[in-house]
Write a protein that binds this ligand. Structure first.
Ligand SMILES: [Zn+2]
Ligand SMILES: [Zn+2]
Length: 268
């Protein structure tokens, strides 16, 4: 039903239910409508923007005193995707924001997250042919009302004026929750989970694909999706997420508050 309302009435209707640019999307405080991404000044400063050093492969933020150009994961693991990009490091405020987006019926938050992701990705001049969300198992979409990656990917495709292809990649196996699993467990858990339907492979052939998800952790999901797309003939797969887990060298308590310089300034 919720999905029905979303797709049938579109964003204009959502604006009536959830007036945008009135409440901060992170803390809920009242703001004026000139604030970028509907974030209050405090939250702009609190979010850990990934605008310092990042891993040259997956885009995960690297701590200043960490020497290598690749994060510890990418040093150990070969990825099937070409390159990853992310907007913020996943710490307390980011977790809270994504939790509200995922579980509390706040699909409209997706539009704001997509604005942030758009500003992040447009400086890369990737020019993908297709934007795809990481798919969710059908039953889970029904339970939750929407796939959060799909909400964001659709908005992003709109902003980027790029084709959205939500049905080219499907999740054929329902997986257990990944949160308690380590890197190896995540890789095992996600094998043979995704598929490109046989009658759709010609739509993938030769395409530059931008895969969209809300969070990047070890890259096992992104890799599983990318390898299936590459097998189906995709030319290359890039990955864009709103948040990324910290490089393993860094503990969560150790998150450094980044300045707000960088791509957020595009909006000021
Ligand atoms: Zn706020
Ligand atoms: Zn990396």
């Amino acid at each position: 039903m919720k999905t029905g309302i979303l797709s049938a009435l579109g964003e204009g209707f959502l604006d009536l239910i959830y007036p945008s640019n009135i409440y901060c999307i992170s803390c809920g405080n009242i703001i004026d409508d000139s604030r970028p991404y509907a974030l209050c000044d405090t939250c702009v400063r609190t979010l850990k923007w990934a605008n310092g050093r990042t891993c040259g492969r997956c885009g995960k933020p690297l701590q200043e005193n960490y020497g290598p150009s690749l994060c510890t994961d990418c040093t150990d693991t070969e990825h099937s995707f070409e390159k990853g990009f992310t907007c913020v490091e996943y710490c307390a405020a980011e977790r809270e924001l994504l939790h509200r987006f995922k579980y509390k019926d706040k699909a409209y938050l997706g539009r704001k997250l997509a604005e942030i992701m758009f500003d992040r990705i447009r400086i890369e001049e990737l020019e993908p042919d297709l934007i795809l969300p990481v798919p969710m198992f059908r039953r889970k979409v029904k339970q939750r009302g929407y796939n959060q990656a799909e909400v964001v990917a659709k908005c992003l495709a709109n902003y980027m004026e790029c084709s959205y292809a939500g049905k080219l990649l499907v999740r054929i196996v329902e997986t257990e929750a990944m949160s308690g699993l380590g890197a190896l467990g995540r890789r095992r858990n996600i094998q043979e989970v995704f598929s490109v339907p046989r009658d759709k492979t010609d739509q993938v052939t030769g395409k530059r694909i931008l895969l969209v998800d809300d969070i990047y952790t070890t890259g096992s999901t992104a890799d599983a999706c990318a390898s299936v797309l590459l097998e189906a003939g995709a030319a290359t797969v890039f990955v864009l997420t709103f948040a990324s887990g910290a490089n393993l060298m860094r503990t969560e308590n150790n998150c450094v508050n980044q300045s707000t310089k960088g791509y957020i300034q595009i909006k000021y």
